[in-house]
Design a protein around this ligand. Structure first.
Ligand SMILES: Nc1nc2c(ncn2[C@@H]2O[C@H](COP(=O)(O)OP(=O)(O)OP(=O)(O)O)[C@@H](O)[C@H]2O)c(=O)[nH]1
Ligand SMILES: [Mg+2]
Length: 382
């Protein structure tokens, strides 16, 4: 690969990318880090990524960071690795805003980021960017189920393989959601991760309550070179199988009612109903996320485990006569089954709440075999 294009930057832009499995807290954490950087008078840009259009994260990040003047771009219809040229196009759009820092969130089912994204960028645009340590975020429950085999999961072995590969290419493994853990449990999980990945820097944070976030940011902006841990070996067939067990659904739904309806109740009822159906079908949840937007305000709901209850966030919407609901579901189900369950559940909840729901756009599929255009497997400093 030759150095083919020049990007116009006054000084190298810091690249803060955080990967990690579905629902580990990447969007929440990167938005929180972006706010901290802005307080330090840094100019920030943000790039989201998904396998399809209608991505909840983009709406959430735009809402959380809009007033702070952060340009947000999204790369859709494939992960950064497979959509390398599109990624660069969107990076260029953000560079027009003259950022100091560019933050990016690869899709939660993505791995081999260093070989397929960071290394090609380092080679093609050597003077334009400096990578911060590449962080991989993990949810404590996934550590218990996918690494330690302590709790039951219906995700097959290939998903545990993908999860392990994500950790293997981290410079820093970030155990998130420690607000849900006792100190003892945090120490135990960190020790278990450290035993398996002894070369990695480990952090324990709560993106939600701020624990550990300043220390993490300090390391990210310390100048310690990042995205240097290229996977020496990865079986793309296993990686593809791990992605393909997931049904991936993105939908945009128009909601309208004669009598104003309760936005929070609609989302929690829908999430709960879906979870109960997924349980019956052994449809392990990667991430189920909704955002309901009305008159420029957005409220969202998330569910990351079959055993959990949905949580809501964002702006509290009053009772609404209409709104737009974006549904993103990443669930271990055949796409046809996932689509049927989502359509049925949406009908049932709409009926219960006397709301008319009309699906404007719906895509449901399994992610395609990952075929990054560039793979550079040598370690490259920079
Ligand atoms: N308790 C707790 N919940 C968190 C924390 N960080 C994120 N969450 C919740 O975890 C869920 C998933 O968070 P996201 O930030 O959307 O996760 P993500 O990794 O971006 O998910 P995908 O983009 O779908 O892969 C949301 O309900 C968040 O509110 C945390 O530190 N503590
Ligand atoms: Mg996200």
């Amino acid at each position: 690969m030759s150095s083919s294009r020049k990007l116009s930057v006054k000084k190298p832009v810091k690249m803060i990318f955080s990967g990690g499995f579905l629902g580990s807290g990447k969007t929440t954490a990167l938005a929180a880090l972006a706010k901290r950087l802005i307080e330090k008078e840094q100019r920030v840009g943000f790039i989201t990524n998904d396998q399809s259009e209608n991505l909840v994260d983009t709406i959430i990040v735009r809402q959380m960071l809009a007033d702070l003047g952060v340009p947000v771009e999204e790369v859709v219809k494939g992960c950064f690795c497979c959509k390398f040229d599109e990624l660069i196009e969107h990076v260029e759009k953000i560079l027009a805003h003259d950022p100091d820092v560019l933050m990016g969130e690869p899709v939660g089912s993505c791995t081999d980021f260093v070989a397929a994204v960071a290394n090609p960028i380092k080679i093609q645009y050597r003077d334009a960017f400096r990578f911060a340590p590449f962080s991989i975020m993990v949810d404590p429950e996934r550590v218990r189920s996918l690494i330690l085999n302590e709790t039951q999961t219906d995700f097959p072995e290939d998903v545990a393989y993908l999860f392990g590969k994500q950790l293997e290419e981290a410079d820093t493994i970030v155990l998130n959601k420690v607000d849900l853990l006792t100190e003892k449990e945090t120490r135990r999980l960190l020790a278990a991760i450290g035993e398996r990945y002894p070369q990695k820097k480990l952090m324990a944070v709560s993106a939600k309550d701020g624990t550990g976030m300043d220390e993490w940011l300090e390391d990210l902006i310390s100048g310690r070179p990042g995205a240097n841990t290229v996977l020496s070996q990865i079986d793309y067939d296993r990686y593809a199988r791990a992605e393909a067990v997931l049904g991936w659904l993105n939908a945009a739904v128009k909601l309208q009612a004669e009598q104003p309806f309760d936005a929070g109740r609609l989302m929690t009822s829908l999430a709960t109903r879906l979870r109960d159906r997924f349980k019956i079908e052994k449809g392990e949840i990667g991430h189920l996320k909704f955002v309901l937007t009305s008159s420029g305000k957005s409220m969202w709901a998330n569910l990351t485990h079959l055993a959990a209850e949905p949580t809501v966030g964002g702006e509290k919407l009053d009772r609404l006569p209409r709104g737009t609901l974006i549904i993103n579901a990443r669930v271990k189900l055949e796409p046809e089954d996932l689509e049927t369950i989502v359509r049925d559940s949406l009908d049932a909840v709409s009926r219960d709440m006397s709301v008319r729901s009309e699906i404007d756009d719906l895509q449901c599929f399994s992610p395609a075999y990952p075929e990054p255009p560039h793979i550079i497997r040598e370690p490259i400093e920079g």
